[in-house]
Design a protein around this ligand. Structure first.
Ligand SMILES: Cc1cc2nc3c(=O)[nH]c(=O)nc-3n(C[C@H](O)[C@H](O)[C@H](O)COP(=O)(O)OP(=O)(O)OC[C@H]3O[C@@H](n4cnc5c(N)ncnc54)[C@H](O)[C@@H]3O)c2cc1C
Length: 366
């Protein structure tokens, strides 16, 4: 059903458009905004070759055939267009109050809806799935503790609130750009309006496209299933990313001598990243005592070791750092117990296996 003041999205195929944009812009572009029309059409790349998405803002109900005309208006040329889909969409600024009710968990758009301004929507949802996935597996496999599933909302909801707010602020900045037909005029007036609009865009709209801090720099500060090391939280800026192994943050990427990224080694269980002469054995034994899937990754490269900041860094199955230190703590069991949500209930979970019984000591040297 059409509602007045509605956004419409059109998924279309046009093999001609890539060449046309290269010719006009001198190179590839990810998003093309047209500011001379009240409809504010903008085109985004879908597959980088011949599929695109056009979005327009409509005050009137669309007619069949309008979609092709909108594409022509946006690109300023009568190119061949095959419409694949066209439908209304709306932006939002909402986060569910609770992510869990008993055995039911919310993730993705069911938990939060954003303005599509910044590319945060699916990213936030995928982050939910990665966080919830290993916690569900841990619970079903018997090594997850009673606090693990509740940590999902505590870790992910603040990220959703932050990302929804960032997306709304990008949308507000975009709404302040008022379409002006004079932008297409030749002559001094057109020049002046284009120059003013350029300044305004550079000042107010850059943050939508420079958001690496939102994408990679988020961290689970205060998480009940991460173990702080007392070091100050690194600075956070939405447009900047400072790689760090601060507990709660994403373990940083680093190229290893064998050509893999250190991130390629994460995801199948806990990984204890060891460098220098640090002794991982107390933590390995603690991990086996509570049956968590566990691997040791020994860094031979000194630059990678420096990037990881501590000789022992314990990375969770979702790639976030759960603990780090110079050496294993006096009570090594406290680390896996905290990270698997079993703090204070050590004897209540999972079967206990000694390393020699489980036969799963997995050590990689890179
Ligand atoms: C115009 C626009 C542009 C966007 N651009 C970006 C972008 O650049 N980057 C980005 O990260 N995000 C973007 N997003 C947001 C992104 O599309 C959504 O965040 C993402 O698709 C949500 O994924 P989801 O799996 O959580 O939900 P959905 O994609 O809604 O998937 C839910 C699925 O469940 C199905 N379903 C519903 N009920 C039932 C049922 N009872 N039984 C079985 N199946 C059911 C639905 O049919 C649907 O297939 C954009 C959104 C819009 C509107």
């Amino acid at each position: 059903m059409f509602a007045q003041g509605q956004n419409f999205a059109v998924h279309f195929r046009s093999p001609q458009l890539l060449g046309l944009l290269r010719q006009r812009l001198g190179g590839p572009a990810a998003q093309i905004q047209t500011l001379s029309s009240e409809r504010r059409p903008y085109i985004t790349v879908v597959n980088g070759v011949d599929e695109w998405r056009l979005s327009v803002y409509l005050e009137e109900e669309p007619e069949p055939g309008d979609a092709v005309a909108w594409v022509h208006e946006a690109v300023g040329a009568p190119i061949d267009v095959e419409i694949l889909a066209a439908q209304p969409w709306s932006g939002h600024c909402v986060v569910a109050r609770s992510y869990r009710s008993g055995r039911v968990f919310l993730a993705g758009d069911s938990a939060h809806l954003l303005w599509p301004k910044g590319g945060f929507g699916a990213n936030t949802g995928i982050g939910d799935a990665v966080d919830l996935g290993w916690k569900l597996a841990a619970t079903l496999q018997g090594w997850g503790g009673p606090a693990l599933l509740d940590s999902y909302e505590l870790e992910r909801r603040p990220i959703a609130v932050h990302n929804v707010t960032e997306a709304s602020s990008n949308w507000k900045a975009d709404s302040r750009l008022v379409a002006d037909a004079v932008l297409c005029s030749a002559g001094a007036e057109g020049e002046r309006v284009r120059s003013d609009m350029g300044d305004l865009i550079r000042r107010s709209r850059g943050k939508e496209f420079r958001s690496i801090g939102v994408q990679l720099g988020y961290r689970y500060s205060g998480s009940p299933v991460c173990m702080p090391d007392g070091s100050p939280e690194p600075p956070y800026e939405p447009d900047d990313y400072v790689p760090s192994t601060w507990p709660g943050g994403r373990a940083p990427h680093f190229w290893l001598p064998d050509g893999t990224s250190i991130l390629d080694h994460f995801g199948r269980g806990f990984v204890l990243v060891v460098s220098g002469s640090a002794d991982p054995s107390a933590l390995v034994e603690a991990a086996y005592r509570c049956s968590v899937p566990f691997m040791v990754l020994r860094l031979t490269d000194s630059a990678a070791a420096r990037a990881y900041e501590r000789p022992l860094v314990l990375v969770r199955p979702d790639g976030h750092v759960g603990w780090r230190g110079e050496q294993a703590p006096a009570d090594p069991d406290a680390v896996p117990d905290r990270l698997r949500g079993a703090e204070g209930s050590r004897h209540a979970t999972g079967p206990r296996m000694m390393p020699q019984a489980s036969g799963r000591l997995d050590t990689h040297q890179v």
